[in-house]
Design a protein. Structure first.
Length: 86
């Protein structure tokens, strides 16, 4: 791959990442920040922290997971959240 082609690929990747971040709403952004700060945070803790229902947290997490921005590693008890937007 030539130098110009490599630069083009990097620019495209940055652009795609920027588009994904634009599509994240205010609540989803708060969820991502909280999961980055405390990967073992629970849904009830997120709901208390952000001030919305647990069901709303679940819906936002589903959206984040479908957009490949958030991933759960492990089970509900011993697992943790992995933020994938970096």
């Amino acid at each position: 791959m030539g130098k110009q082609q490599g630069i083009t690929m990097i620019v495209l990747q940055i652009h795609q990442l920027a588009l994904r971040r634009v599509n994240v709403g205010k609540t989803s952004g708060k969820i991502i920040d909280a999961c980055r700060d405390n990967p073992s945070i629970t849904i009830p803790e997120l709901a208390d922290l952000i001030g919305i229902t647990e069901r709303s947290i679940q819906r936002n997490i589903q959206k984040l997971q479908s957009n490949n921005l958030l991933h759960r590693v492990g089970g509900r008890k011993e697992g943790f959240w992995e933020v994938l937007d970096e």
